[in-house]
Design a protein around this ligand. Structure first.
Ligand SMILES: [Zn+2]
Length: 390
């Protein structure tokens, strides 16, 4: 109803809806009765199940019926399409010098510097002052400086080539160059980055961050497919969580997931024992974990050819499935983040995080209200795989 041309709830309706004028005159039992008398409560009832992320204690509550709210936001495909219409500086050669290039079945994959880096080198090579990040207790450090480099690996010189549409053999080439770069950075003693020892006894230097953002809702500023790589003295908190998980439980998070995640939520196994899983504590619809069963590698460059092949197969399959799930099932844009848990975490695993639900205030408190259950997500992946013949 509008009054003075401005929208408002009319006083007459407000009066009609009023059950009590002063809530302090109610007993708690009356409050509960009033809550339970809500029409349609049965239909929109949450599951009342709470799961806990064993790495950091995040709480997850499942309430799939909230996805059916009539005002639920559904950022549709046009968001990604808009990014596609932006002029591509990479295709125009308006980018930085290339430090690695390898041929694909069609075109080339290459690595260059990020023109807008998150960190940079203020000191030359071995004059970088070391910090103590690998040994740090994550909450007891007030602050430090951040140093290092930031590069981009372009999947292909072909603008549209990406994980969901490239041949698996080409993705293997991309991953093998990424692994070689990671190994190069971690072996760079002269970087003077903080040193740490991996389970095989090898000394490593600094932290190599590997992520990718796809789609503008995933944080990508360019549509031309790429991975981001950093070499820093700073370690993300999630890696410190993984390290602490190992110290507290005597096994890595990857070992824990490949042995304890309920079998119904394990979607598929690829070459080298790579398992695609919906975690039992899934925080956002269709968020998935990929980890190798019986694998002691803690860095990408420690994977053998069979496991790299499995990772290429897995990334191809999961991104193809997500495109169908996000665009056709959820009517959202195809956007996701891919993060590698590697290095000082003590084990290697990957998380695939589709942009399937917004964050609200609860999520910023480590309390996730998830609009699909893990079992629904597992079913959704199986259906998409079947439809795509994967
Ligand atoms: Zn391009």
């Amino acid at each position: 109803m509008k009054r003075d041309g401005k929208p408002a709830l009319g006083e007459e309706i407000l009066r009609k809806l009023t059950v009590r004028e002063d809530l302090t005159t109610m007993s708690y039992a009356e409050l509960v009765d009033d809550f339970r008398s809500m029409p349609n409560l049965e239909e929109f009832k949450p599951t009342n199940i709470c799961k806990v992320d064993p790495r950091n204690g995040d709480r997850v509550i499942y309430s799939p019926m909230r996805a059916r709210r009539p005002t639920e936001l559904k950022p549709r495909r046009h968001v990604t399409v808009r990014l596609e219409r932006i002029h591509c500086p990479v295709c125009e050669g308006e980018t930085t010098g290339i430090i690695d290039v390898a041929p694909l079945s069609d075109g080339y994959t290459f690595i260059n510097k990020n023109m807008f880096p998150v960190v940079s080198y203020d000191f030359p090579g071995d004059r970088q002052p070391v910090t103590y990040e690998p040994a740090v207790e994550k909450r007891k450090l007030l602050g430090t400086y951040s140093q290092g480099g930031h590069w981009l690996q372009w999947f292909s010189n072909r603008h549209h080539a990406d994980l969901h549409n490239m041949p698996v053999e080409d993705i293997e080439v991309v991953l093998s160059r990424l692994a070689a770069f990671e190994g190069f950075l971690l072996s760079a003693k002269e970087s003077n980055m903080p040193a740490w020892t991996d389970p095989s006894g090898k000394r490593n230097y600094g932290f190599v961050g590997i992520i990718r953002n796809y789609g503008s809702l995933g944080g990508a500023s360019l549509a031309h497919g790429h991975m981001q790589i950093t070499h820093t003295n700073i370690i993300p908190r999630a890696i410190l969580d993984d390290r602490d998980f190992l110290a507290e439980n005597g096994r890595t998070f990857a070992e824990f997931m490949t042995s304890e995640n309920p079998s119904y939520l394990n979607i598929r196994e690829f070459s080298g024992g790579l398992r695609l899983m919906v975690p039992y504590f899934m925080k956002r619809p269709f968020a998935a974990v990929m980890a190798f069963a019986d694998c002691e590698a803690c860095s990408l460059h420690q994977l053998d050819a069979e496991r790299l092949k499995g990772l290429a197969e897995g990334l191809h399959a999961v991104t193809r499935a997500l495109k169908v799930i996000l665009e056709e099932r959820l009517e959202r844009s195809f956007s996701y983040n891919l993060v590698f848990h590697n290095g000082p975490s003590g084990c290697l695993y990957m998380e695939v995080l589709p942009h399937s639900q917004e964050w609200g205030g609860f999520e910023h408190m480590g309390w996730f209200i998830c609009q699909a259950t893990p079992a629904q997500a597992a079913d959704g992946y199986r259906e998409a795989f079947e439809e795509l013949g994967i």
